[in-house]
Ligand binder design. Sequence first.
Ligand code: ADP
Ligand code: MG
Ligand code: MG
Length: 933
Amino acid sequence: MVKKTAKKTAKKVVKPAAKKAVKVTKMVYAFGGGKADGNGKMKELLGGKGANLAEMAGQLKLPVPPGFTITTEVCTYYWNNKKTYPKTLKADVEANLKKVEKITKKEFGSEKNPLLVSVRSGARASMPGMMETILNIGLTEKTIPGMIAKTGDERFVYDAYRRLIMMYSDVVMEKAAGIEPKDGEGIRKILDGKLGDLKKKLGVTDDTAIPAEELKKLCVEFKKIVKKVLGKEFPDNPNEQLWGAIGAVFASWNGKRAIAYRNIENIPHDWGTAVNVQTMVFGNMGENSATGVAFTRNPGNGDSHFYGEYLINAQGEDVVAGIRTPSPMNKWSSNAHSAHLPTLDKTMPKAYKELDAIQKRLEKHFRDMLDIEFTIENGTLWMLQCRVGKRNGTAAVQMALDMLKERLINKETAVLRVTPAQLGELLLPAIDPKAEANAKPVAKGLPAGPGGACGVIVFNSDDAIKLQEAGQNAILIREETNPEDIEGMRAAAGILTQRGGMTSHAALVARGWGKCCIVGCSELELDPAKKIVKMGGKTYKQGDSITLNGTRGWVYDGALKMLEAGEGNKNLAAFLKLADSIRTMKVRANADTAEDAANARKFGAEGIGLFRIEHMFYGKNSEAPLFILRKMILAGNEEERKAAVAELFPFMKKSIKATIKAMAPYSVTIRLMDPPLHEFVPTLPAKQQELAKALKISMATFQERAAGLHEVNPMMGHRGIRLGVTYPEITEMQSRAIFEAAAELIKEGVKAVPEVMIPLTCDVNEIVKQQAIIRRVYEEVVAKTKVKKLNYSVGTMIEIPRAAVLAYEVAGEADFFSFGTNDLTQMTFGFSRDDIGSFLPEYLKQGILEADPFQTLDQRGVGMLIQHAVTEGREQKPNLKVGICGEHGGDPESVEFCHREGFSYVSCSAFRVPIARLAAAQAAAKEVLAKKK
Ligand code: ADP
Ligand code: MG
Ligand code: MG
């Protein structure tokens, strides 16, 4: 036997870098007037917004209102130095403001020709929860008359002023100052209330209908309220306004909401935010002005037409704030709510044409779908922002395929454009986005279970089951659910409850099953006794159709058109085919029955990485084999045991044969019996008596033998290959079942190459002993059946650290390694997976561990063992096949790790197979792209 101890150490894993002292160099970057100091690649320094403003202004020479970006390094300095700025910042900002004044021919704070600016935050990654933008900075008692004289529009100027007071008092004077509003009623809400009162008094609905005189009076009132509520005068000095706003952006980086958001999204806290100061352009200057948000393609369904919304005579976030219904950009953007409104290509054809040309250029330049913010001031178009647009799964797949066809991107990039989570959305039944765009929800609740469901209403579980048996889809509506509803919930296509939150029974159960579910839909007027429900003003009775969108939490009237999940979706198939063309790792499934195997193939599995023999003792049709297994376990001597083993043989052979057949011509890895024996000892007295009778022993003897099986720590007890060591006849029987099944299949013309897998190996000598039995049985089967070409291999699971450490030796006797990362994680950490509930949450909370190692492979610790085992194993046997069959096999990050470590395949549960196919392709694509660079 080969003896060699581990010598090479695995690659060093890089730890996150320690905080570095930031040396601030250039602090302010100008943009505008056809030039820019920075560019789109400088997201770390300028933030996402600032970098792309620079790119649009400098590289693409697009109409961007001039301004400048204060770098993220200044933010870091600010926080490292007791909220102070580098000494030269003030002068730098002043110098850059001068540049802007020169380009715009306006002057900040001037009485005659005032320049107004916006102050906009901008982290590297878009971060809701950060400071909001402040517009119209520079409006004061002194500059207001100048603005009115210049524009001749008093209403506009006071509209801008009241917005400034609202935003500034909210963001700078309240939030950044750390003032907790009384009764949750912040200054913004109070001022909004006043504005609403005024509209009511005047009998108008739109802000735009308030006359100048009234707005002017409102501004006076606003300032009084600010003074009263926040105890401070609203600043009337332009520089005070500017620096107040800049400080608020930096302060907001460590605001409660921002920190919470970064924690959820895993954004490092030391990145910092940039500040953008930019010349104001006005979409609220009358009927020839507008502001809008657009996407270069439809983010809801991936349709390649320009898509967006706009509002005439509006400013800032009016479009998204929902105060007026925005109008569609063009015919492709209209929906049921906006179809009657005039489109931008009709109302402002010149600006639209220009915008359309720009969006096309932007998409070509950035090679991705972009989210664009723009403003039209008196017919002149200004670009205010662009960034890669968010999209749902359907749209992501459509766009990736389209852009590849258009040669905008290469296939590696296309594959990387869809996240595994987005792909997951497509594997659920869903409402056809086209149908949904034209439907209005009748009720809204919480999105508890994703995907869509369409069916007829039932009000109790029995009716749901009846309907399912009749082959119909049921939507189960309940006040709330409890464990007694389980059967009905299972039978229903979708679940809708009136009460309960995201952690209610219905929500938890539905999420676990991946079932469409909406909870806490309090608008429902439900009468389960009468079997009626009222929503959206209509009364529904049992048997009426509704449709649920569980991803949004919306309920629709009637049966909306549904998209078939998974296979029915041509785009999904095409996309996965693309992924398959890139990946180098195979993807197998963990499957225990012929049925599972057939299902796994539908999802694209290329073999079974884990077939658990003992699975035949659980679930459907397990009665008979389980009874025999129990006899085997409780046998008093070898003879009794051998008899039971012989009885078990036909069951095992049948199950193996059916599964190999269902997966042929792909390989099936059959793992020898693994679980702790005592798990199978019956606990019900009736069952015990039956068994005692079959064994022809007394109950006392039975109890004695059962007690003998007791183990203090069964997970580390008499299981796995240890069973084969103590009872070789069990290995013998399993081997015979495997080889006879394969031989019969070969005779039937089915390709069968069984892979026998030895579980829980800790020493190579275990394999040596088992190999001898397996080989002997093989010879016997070949002699008996006379099949010529019966190929097989014998490998082992690597799930005990010692086997990983001694992989060089182990590989000498194994044809393949399959990492059982569940047990390997368990034994490396010394954490019992079934008992982590009592301490792991604390480990995560205290930051001792970053993630649950049973969900995300611990690449540093367990990963190092794997890396070592693969390296040493392949040194011994260069063509050693290496796979993974733990739960991690379906986790995208872990799949990427497996690719990097040169695995031959990953194996995961059937429904995760498409996700694993994508993850494997993305890992390969990243490698290809990195090489190209
Ligand atoms: P967010 O990060 O939330 O998108 P932005 O900084 O983009 O915030 O500001 C929100 C909106 O304010 C913009 O979409 C735009 O309509 C408006 N806005 C910001 N700066 C200006 C400006 N200089 N001129 C006109 N409108 C602006
Ligand atoms: Mg915003
Ligand atoms: Mg924006």
